[in-house]
Design a binder for this molecule. Structure first.
Ligand SMILES: CC(C)(COP(=O)(O)OP(=O)(O)OC[C@H]1O[C@@H](n2cnc3c(N)ncnc32)[C@H](O)[C@@H]1OP(=O)(O)O)[C@@H](O)C(=O)NCCC(=O)NCCS
Length: 80
């Protein structure tokens, strides 16, 4: 699980760029906190600018960039 992170997400195309993913990630972090986690790993492709931004908006800190079968991916931890 940790290779690809704790959290995955997708917003249907017609509803993108309205802040939904950033908001939803915040709610999932609330849920993770209630489960007792103190940090979560989120992984996204380096060229997925929307994902990079929303992870940073929610406090994500870049740990490293690794090669994957999908190309280079950013591994970010969010403290919760
Ligand atoms: C990534 C994804 C979930 C973002 O959803 P969203 O609801 O559009 O995201 P938000 O509206 O919260 O936007 C987050 C930030 O990314 C920016 N952004 C959104 N789409 C963008 C795009 N295509 N290119 C560049 N920036 C983009 C927004 O402007 C916002 O930045 P800002 O607050 O500085 O203006 C959505 O694009 C998606 O479902 N993509 C396909 C699946 C996917 O890539 N999942 C992630 C796998 S790691």
């Amino acid at each position: 699980m940790l290779q690809f992170g704790h959290i995955g997400y997708g917003i249907r195309p017609s509803s993108r760029r309205r802040g939904l993913a950033t908001w939803a990630l915040g709610r999932i972090l609330d849920e993770a906190r209630t489960l007792g986690l103190d940090r979560v790993l989120i992984v996204c492709e380096t060229d997925n600018l929307a994902s990079v931004k929303m992870i940073e908006h929610q406090g994500g800190i870049l740990d490293d960039v690794r090669d994957s079968e999908h190309g280079p991916v950013r591994r970010c931890w969010i403290k919760i």
